[in-house]
Design a protein around this ligand. Structure first.
Ligand code: NAD
Ligand code: UD1
Length: 350
């Protein structure tokens, strides 16, 4: 069955890869995005790769009028909700902006959905809701906590979604807790396009490999991990996008409402040095690095118990570290300016 779907934040990194798979699966896709951290060029490429049209509404989830108009003019079977701000350091410096955008924005979205009788939602949560995990691998029943305003915004949204379902069991709500999304579409046409200095490991490594940055700082070499560097569960964005299709299929097949949370990860831990070595092999470039002090707030290791996604959603990750590195490198090498070069070429024409 195919359905009309609203994707908030669909011009962004994960949203654009997900939009591509939804179109390929035959769904009709509308994207709502304020372009605060993305370019419309990502959606142009989604259309080219899928050969299908995508409807784009430039607007904000904190704007009730924009949402009311969108929901009154369209019927959506479900909302896939990516829109949000995601930089941890920025959230510490600007907590009000993060709570306004992420929490208040989600409230506005839920009110508009409720008014329109659209009560099926897939929400982008994060492994950050597990705080500093006491047990590995991390299962969905592990205690939740937050160590910064970004993480707290995800936790608050999960909790308000639980309250919403408890108040009205017609809601079908699935919180997907992503581990560390990396990689790019294998076409080399779509990928992660961070503004400024990347905070996350994979985009930083790929910028070092292409010569845009001199070297990687490895944050800490004295963790209680096999090689002393931080261990994470990296998941290919193409697998992650497929997890959203599986989540939608699951929710729409349920005879009754539900709130649940499911991890999306591979279940495997990868160290910073594993990542550097695999990236060097995949790209044929060297990635110089030096080990420096730990990054404040970092944890030693984090990886998923991915069994619930397998059992319930019939989903599991299929792509490994080699593909994550090779696809990231293809995107980086073919688009050294990210989506910006195409945008400026367009500007010159007009
Ligand atoms: P992204 O910044 O590339 O995409 C988010 C999109 O939302 C952007 O296109 C941005 O312009 C849009 N947006 C932000 N605020 C908006 C608003 N008020 N109204 C409309 N659009 C708005 O980020 P991403 O990496 O694709 O992440 C998508 C979601 O997944 C986010 O909610 C993020 O917190 C969550 N998440 C991401 C990661 C990760 O490592 N990338 C990990 C866990 C969870
Ligand atoms: C970060 C966020 C987390 C978010 C996740 C999404 C912080 C504190 N946490 O987590 O909330 O959900 O991204 O993917 O920002 N590293 C280096 N050098 C670098 C960058 C990273 O050594 O230049 C190391 C880190 O110490 C860590 C690993 O690489 O061990 C991964 O880091 P990163 O990509 O930032 O992800 P997380 O720390 O897991």
């Amino acid at each position: 069955m195919t359905h009309p779907i609203l994707i908030t934040g669909g011009a962004g990194y994960i949203g654009s890869h997900t939009a591509l798979q939804f179109l390929r699966a035959g769904h009709t896709v509308t994207v709502l995005d304020n372009l605060s951290n993305s370019s419309p060029e990502s959606l142009a490429r989604v259309q080219t790769l899928s050969g299908k049209p995508i409807r784009f509404v430039e607007g904000d989830i904190t704007d009730p009028e924009c949402l009311a108009q969108l929901f009154s003019n369209n019927h959506f079977a479900a909302v896939i909700h990516f829109a949000g701000l995601k930089a941890v350091g920025e959230s510490v410096a600007q907590p009000l902006r993060y709570y306004q955008n992420n929490v208040a924005g989600t409230l506005c979205l839920l009110q508009a959905m409720d008014a329109a009788n659209c009560r099926t939602l897939v929400f982008s949560s994060s492994a950050t809701v597990y705080g500093d995990p006491q047990q590995l691998p991390i299962s969905e029943s592990a205690p939740r906590s937050a160590t910064n305003p970004y993480g707290r915004s995800k936790l608050m949204i999960e909790e308000l979604l639980e309250d919403l379902y408890a108040s009205d069991p017609r809601w079908r709500i699935l919180c997907l807790r992503y581990f560390n999304p990396v990689g790019a579409d294998p076409s080399g046409r779509m990928g992660e396009d961070p503004q400024g200095i990347p905070n996350n490991l994979m985009p930083f490594i790929s910028q070092v490999a292409c010569g845009a940055r001199a070297q990687l700082s490895v944050f800490g070499g004295d963790y209680a991990t096999p090689d002393g560097t931080g261990v994470r569960d990296y998941i290919h964005v193409v697998d992650l996008a497929a997890g959203h299709l599986a989540a939608l299929d699951y929710l729409l097949a349920q005879p009754q409402g539900e709130w649940l949370a499911v991890n999306l990860g591979t279940g495997h831990g990868i160290s910073v040095l594993d990542m550097v070595k695999t990236f060097e092999a995949a790209s044929g470039q060297s990635v110089p690095y030096s080990v420096v002090a730990r990054r404040p707030g970092d944890i030693a290791a984090c990886y998923a118990d991915a069994s619930k996604a397998h059992q319930l959603l019939h989903w599991q990750a299929t792509l490994g570290l080699q593909e994550m590195c090779a696809d990231t490198w293809r995107w980086q090498a073919q688009n050294p300016q990210g989506y910006r070069l195409s945008a400026s070429a367009g500007d010159k024409k007009s």
